[in-house]
Design a binder for this molecule. Structure first.
Ligand code: IPE
Ligand code: IPE
Ligand code: MG
Ligand code: MG
Ligand code: MG
Length: 277
């Protein structure tokens, strides 16, 4: 019956997010824009990992839910900004018009800004300096990763494999590193192995996303297919092709689970990796 518990937790997180935003007393336009992307059907991967990591280390559930919400808020903010015309210029997200298409570029920028700040606020509910520090460091790495992506995707730039991997660890890996290591951080246990597993999971996940950009349909991914090629995005797929990239991703995948102790998080990661084979 494990599955039922997770579904319930996801619903609890979605309700908690909605309540947290609604109590801010925002202008209706901004509240609408923020809730729009948050409510679209994403996979809620990062909160699921936070909850699983929390269970493994006996973290109080109310605190875990707040921090799970924080990760989904930071993620949603990063997606809104990532889709902007100045960045990836993507008109679709989670199967629907992206935030700037629905609300305008100006409001979308504000919606992203707001989400980053509310995410930090939610994270303070952990009352753990280690957790708050790690979470704020996560946004620094994410923004730096997105910036490296922007720079490497300019015409004429020929990024190396190492540069692309560094960019993946930042833009995608950092938030998984935080989510995986939330339990150890709360328990005062060295989180480094969990963090590394998160960076590697993020790298694997990003390569899979880059492969799907080339191979999947709009119905499958809910965003514009073949967009990376069109926008000249720097990806591992671009430099080594789909087949090699797939092999490369599988090698990374095979090292992830050995870094995490058997338990809820282990099962959750394994389930994701099986889904993605
Ligand atoms: C999309 O992340 C951005 C990447 C890191 C590739 P997800 O694939 O987790 O997006 P949602 O939350 O399910 O929409
Ligand atoms: C990940 O990269 C974006 C973020 C970490 C915000 P992508 O640009 O490939 O993500 P998608 O494909 O737009 O979801
Ligand atoms: Mg991008
Ligand atoms: Mg994008
Ligand atoms: Mg992508």
């Amino acid at each position: 019956m494990k599955r039922k518990v997770k579904v319930k937790v996801t619903k609890e997180i979605e309700d908690e997010i909605e309540q947290a935003i609604k109590q801010l007393g925002l202008s209706p336009k901004l509240e609408g824009a923020v809730l729009y992307t948050l409510k679209l059907p994403g996979k809620r991967l990062r909160p699921r990992f936070v909850m699983a990591s929390a269970r493994d280390f006996n973290v109080d559930e109310d605190i875990a839910i707040k921090v799970a919400c924080a990760t989904e808020m930071m993620h949603a903010g990063s997606l809104i900004h990532d889709d902007l015309p100045a960045i990836d210029n993507d008109d679709y997200r989670r199967g629907q018009p992206s935030n700037h298409v629905a609300f305008g570029e100006d409001i979308a920028i504000m919606a992203g800004d707001l989400l980053f700040s509310v995410a930090d606020y939610m994270c303070t509910k952990s009352k753990s300096n280690d957790v708050i520090k790690a979470f704020t460091q996560t946004l620094i790495e994410l923004v730096d990763g997105e910036t490296r992506d922007i720079i490497m995707s300019k015409k004429g730039y020929k990024p190396s494999e190492a540069e692309i991997l560094q960019m993946y660890r930042g833009k995608t890996g950092a938030l998984f590193a935080f989510s995986f290591s939330f339990g150890p951080l709360m328990a005062g246990i060295d989180p480094s192995s969990y963090r590394e597993a998160g960076y590697e999971f993020g790298t694997y996940f990003q390569i899979r996303d880059d492969i799907l950009d080339v191979t999947a349909t709009f119905e499958q991914i809910g965003k514009t297919p073949k967009k990376d090629l069109k926008e000249n995005k720097a990806t591992i797929v671009k430099i080594m092709g789909v087949t090699q990239a797939q092999k490369f991703a599988e090698d990374i995948r095979d090292g992830i689970l050995s870094k995490v102790k058997k338990g809820f998080l282990y099962d959750e990661i394994e389930k994701m990796l099986l889904d993605k084979k």
